[in-house]
Design a protein around this ligand. Structure first.
Ligand code: CDP
Ligand code: MG
Length: 733
């Protein structure tokens, strides 16, 4: 849809015929200023500082004035006093009084305000300062753990408390809260887990659903859960539950109508100017265009101006970092500034992720190459420039094949705005989108709801455990596809996590209830549950922890590569990748978590330490679920039998042409080269997932004996799956 109004935009050239940096563009081709007022349906506030209530009959503007809260100032630490000055300059602060009045009046509100206007950091503090929390507390959902942790850290500084005091956070496997915590930032997944134990969310008087435009599965379920909790609390005459939905870029009408036509508050204005640029021409290679744009900025901007570049995935980012460092080396001879290049993606160890939130280096320019984990909510110190490739890697589940597809796709307009918004937070900023305005206009306005492109078995399990028995008629903002829901239910029925009542309603089984208490894929929690039966609770716990953690093998490039490969080979297990993981974990434990040992064996020490902490928490959950903690470390067959109890749907069979065919969907797939079983030809293998890129590859593979299949899941393997497979077999012959 077309952009409305606004002066013309700036154009720039991102390409230089692939010759970086020998032949940089000779002149700076920036033209035409661009600022956007409003997108159809996507509301983007601008200019004057005011708070507007949007009504169907039109906009009413109510200018607000700030009233100082002298009482709390006295108790603030020096740092927070200093920050108070900054807080007062934020557009949201200017309208505090009016905003608070509106929030007090309505049980549900939508708040739209530009990126950087102060929604995430200020509004929760207002609720506390103005006693809107009453006896309860507020939880603010964040789309990702980095966002939750970094925002909580900032707000604790502003309030002048330690993290875990008045302000805390809660993310998977990590919590910083105490009895004193009244303002808690949490990933949406964590809030959902709380709702399982307490569907009415009794400890909260406010739930703030931040960055609601992202439409993650968890947020979508939370929408329905909080709406229901609010209604039931009202019906039962309990303390009201207030709901606030926030974003800079959202379809206000759609959200308002879902939330019973609640008012939409609009905080206009931004503190710092944001300059938006699109390219003159379409670019062939977005990575190259981004690198080239960074080079242009690097040559012109002052050293303290950081650059944040949005690319798509780990490998691409690592390569871009390498390319950039080579470019800078060549530029050094031209007296260019030094550059500190940092990658940022989800599988990076947490301490490296959090590093970018430290103050930037003084004598170097910081350039961060990130996936969309830095797209929303965060403020990265020193960032004045954003370079946006317009692409992201999106995981999509295809219910007809059972494959997860990871593909680089075009982002939405809302995401492009969010990315731009990462500049211009501490000072004026500039964004370079490395695509044309015409391409921008063709992008969808909003990201598609994740619930429409995911494996829904976790979703269904979560819904059932918060008491939603009629999953098919849950109050979804956008209903998932019927076939995806049915597929998810089928998987849970196979895992015996749910059963169908004669009435057609679904009911969690005892196992299902236990499975829902683990923050992991139902297939993995089923394996843990079966650990005692195969006398290997400890072993499967280690394997599942390794599967839930991050990559532990490090493979350097260059000369050391073959040394690393040889070391890794020594740790490999002939049974496959799962038992290799177990072997690595056990060796790490035997080394007494020795850092030097990890280094010698090309293993990532921090990731292994992290996995140890995941294991500890999962182990506590096992004990809570009443599982017997047994061990049979020498029985490799039983461990794989146990793995099959959760993953029997993930078995592939070797074909005469030496390719594999998955039993579930009869699709061809190969063992990924990273597997220890690559080039081996066992008749049956168990795989964790099939990822469909140019080829279909099975990741994380172990061989299994055919008789185990019948032992573990007799029903499953006796029905159409095997027969259909035999038919395919016969046809081929
Ligand atoms: O949520 P929204 O995008 O409206 O803004 P915010 O996250 O509340 O941040 C408001 C402003 O606070 C930013 O634009 C920064 O100026 C400042 N801030 C900061 O300097 N450092 C942080 N870690 C967080 C916010
Ligand atoms: Mg925010």
């Amino acid at each position: 849809m077309a952009l409305q109004g606004g002066p013309p935009f700036k154009k720039f050239r991102a390409d230089n015929n692939g010759l970086i940096p020998k032949q940089l563009p000779s002149s700076n081709p920036l033209k035409n200023a661009y600022s956007v007022n409003q997108l159809n349906g996507v509301v983007l506030p601008t200019s004057n500082i005011s708070l507007k209530k949007l009504t169907q009959s039109g906009n009413t503007c109510i200018n607000g004035t700030y009233t100082n809260n002298g009482k709390s100032l006295k108790t603030l630490s020096d740092k927070s006093k200093e920050l108070m000055k900054q807080r007062k300059g934020l557009p949201i602060y200017e309208v505090k009084k009016d905003l608070v009045n509106y929030l007090r009046k309505n049980e549900t509100n939508i708040l739209i305000g530009e990126t950087g206007s102060g929604k995430t950091t200020q509004v929760p503090q207002f609720l506390h300062e103005e006693a809107l929390l009453k006896n309860g507390s507020v939880v603010i959902t964040q789309p990702r753990r980095v966002a939750a942790i970094s925002v909580a850290t900032r707000v604790a500084e502003e309030v002048g408390c330690n993290l875990g005091g008045l302000v805390g956070y809660s993310v998977r496997f990590e919590e910083m809260v105490s009895d004193k915590t009244r303002i808690k930032f949490a990933t949406d997944g964590m809030v959902l887990r709380e709702a399982m134990l307490d569907p009415l969310l009794k400890r909260y008087s406010w739930v703030v659903l931040d960055e609601a435009h992202e439409r993650t599965i968890n947020t979508d379920i939370l929408f329905g859960i909080v709406k229901k909790a609010q209604r039931i609390r009202k019906e039962k005459g309990k303390e009201p539950l207030h709901i606030l939905i926030m974003s800079a870029t959202m379809n206000a009408e759609k959200f308002s109508s879902y939330f019973n036509d609640c008012p939409v508050l609009m905080a206009e204005g931004r503190e710092h100017k944001l300059d938006i640029n699109f390219t003159n021409e379409k670019q062939d290679d977005y990575v190259l265009s981004c690198l080239s744009t960074v080079v242009q900025i690097h040559q012109e901007a002052p050293v303290s101006d950081g650059i944040l570049v949005f690319l798509t995935g780990q490998e691409e980012i690592d390569n871009a970092c390498l390319a950039m460092s080579k470019i800078v080396k060549r530029m050094d001879s031209q007296n260019c500034l030094a550059m500190k290049i940092c990658p940022l993606y989800a599988s990076l160890p947490q301490h490296l992720q959090m590093d970018v939130f430290q103050a930037p280096p003084l004598k170097e320019r910081r350039v961060i190459f990130s996936t969309n984990i830095a797209e929303a909510s965060v403020t990265i110190p020193g960032i004045r420039y954003v370079v946006d490739s317009g692409k992201a890697k999106i995981r999509t589940f295809n219910p007809s094949t059972g494959f997860d597809v990871l593909k680089v796709r075009q982002i939405s307009q809302a995401q492009a705005w969010q990315r731009a918004g990462r500049a211009g937070r501490e000072a004026n900023g500039t964004c370079y989108h490395t695509y044309t305005e015409a391409q921008f206009e063709k992008m969808t306005m909003m990201p598609s709801p994740e619930i429409h492109r995911s494996n829904l078995s976790t979703v269904v399990l979560q819904l059932l455990s918060v008491g939603v028995t009629d999953v098919m008629s849950f109050d979804f903002m956008d209903r998932p596809r019927q076939d995806s829901l049915l597929k998810a239910i089928e998987q849970l029925l196979l895992l015996e996590a749910v059963k169908k009542l004669p009435s057609g309603e679904l009911q969690l089984t005892e196992d299902g209830r236990k499975m829902a208490s683990f923050p992991i894929d139902p297939r993995y929690s089923k394996i843990l549950l079966m650990g005692p039966k195969y006398k290997c609770t400890h072993e499967v716990l280690s394997i599942v922890s390794m599967l839930s953690g991050e990559q532990v093998l490090t493979t350097p490039s260059g000369k050391m590569r073959h040394v690393a490969v040889a070391k890794h080979k020594k740790l490999a297990s002939v049974e496959g990748d799962h038992l290799t993981m177990l072997k690595i974990y056990q060796a790490f434990k035997a080394s007494k978590q020795n850092k030097a040992w990890c280094h010698e064996n090309f293993l990532n020490y921090r990731n292994l330490v992290y996995i140890t902490s995941i294991r500890k928490q999962l182990s506590e959950l096992c004990v809570k679920a009443g599982l017997e903690m047994l061990s049979s470390s020498d029985n490799m067959d039983d461990i794989r039998r146990c793995l099959l109890t959760g993953m029997f749907m993930n078995v592939a069979e070797l074909q005469p042409d030496r390719k594999y065919l998955t039993l579930a969907h009869h699709d061809q797939a190969q063992i990924h080269p990273s597997s220890v079983l690559f080039n081996s030809h066992s008749s049956y293998v168990l795989y964790n997932e099939v990822i469909h890129t140019a080829n279909s590859y099975m990741h994380c593979v172990s061989w299994v004996a055919p008789e185990w299949l019948y032992e573990v899941a007799p029903e499953y393997f006796r029905t159409h799956h095997i027969k259909a497979n035999a038919a395919v077999y016969a046809k081929k012959k």
